[in-house]
Design a protein around this ligand. Structure first.
Ligand SMILES: [Fe+2]
Length: 283
């Protein structure tokens, strides 16, 4: 197994392992540690069956069930289809083109999200990722003290939009999910490192006036997404790309919706909740 830093301020790439054959405890433990340390991880050159991919996903927690049923495979409901087919309905296009952390609109946010690359377009379709631990570390002490014990309020589509963002308004889903409360500063359940947790769903903070809370969320989201904390990655064929939702925000970038060869994208996403079983059990 060879590990190489990704270009940019954080992230690590791994080569020289075959996860179809080897998901031993030693290998999985090394990948979990690499993800927790570097916030994003790409394992390159994979050729995975659906069964082995799902088994790999379970090493990081409990796969969540996604709320858009048409994106979920019938034979493997853990796998969420991310594509750019020309027939994609307008309401599902560019749904992730805003800075967020997955499932922050639920009681228990997702801990890890991973993608397996099947097809990649020649142009476009990159993912932006921001490190919320690096962003937290860079705050001055007064701001850390101000936000450390605050709870943020979240609902789907709630955050103030940053320039270039498209936060989808999904009235039905918003009504169903309601408002959730999460710590504004998340202490990582394994590493203990602190990170700012705002996602694209935070719209205020408990105990603050509405406008003051909204302004604080806006200020923190602008800080997190400043270029020094941001990297970009284009998921290629055979890539297994993972991010730690407790230490990052991510955003999709524009992609053409097309069925033409060379323009198609097909990724399978698995997101998990809770700890990796290897971290939960005493070693
Ligand atoms: Fe996402």
């Amino acid at each position: 197994m060879r590990m190489t830093p990704l270009p940019g301020p954080f992230g690590i790439a791994v080569d020289g392992i075959d996860l179809e054959r080897d998901q031993s405890e030693t290998t999985i433990r090394a990948l979990i540690e690499a993800l927790h340390e570097h916030q994003i991880l790409v394992v390159r050159g994979q050729s995975l069956s659906n069964e082995r991919y799902v088994a790999f996903g379970r090493n990081f927690g409990r796969p969540l069930s996604f709320f858009i049923q048409s994106h979920v495979r019938n034979d493997h409901p853990e796998m969420i289809r991310i594509g750019n087919a020309a027939a994609t309905p307008a309401r599902y296009r560019d749904g992730a083109m805003h800075w967020h952390s997955d499932s922050s609109y639920e009681d228990e946010p997702a801990s890890v999200t991973m993608f397996y690359g099947i097809e990649a377009p020649a142009v476009g379709g990159e993912t932006l990722i921001a490190s919320t631990v690096l962003a937290y570390d860079a705050l001055d002490d007064a701001t850390k003290a101000r936000i450390d014990s605050l709870a943020a309020l979240h609902c789907l589509g709630g955050s103030p939009e940053l320039p270039g963002e498209k936060i989808p308004a999904m009235a039905e889903e918003i009504a169903r999910n309601g408002i959730k409360r999460h710590p504004l500063v998340m202490r990582h359940p394994v590493t203990g490192r602190k990170a700012i947790f705002t996602s694209g769903t935070a719209f205020g903070a408990e105990g603050l006036e509405k406008e003051e809370g909204r302004a604080l969320i806006d200020e923190l989201r602008r800080h997190i997404t400043s270029p020094r904390f941001v990297t970009r990655y284009k998921i290629g064929v055979g890539d297994l790309f993972l991010w730690d939702n407790f230490q990052t925000l991510h955003s999709a970038t524009p992609i053409e919706y097309s069925d033409e060869p060379g323009k198609r994208r097909l990724l399978y996403r698995i997101s998990t909740k809770g700890l990796p079983p290897l971290c939960a059990a005493p070693s």
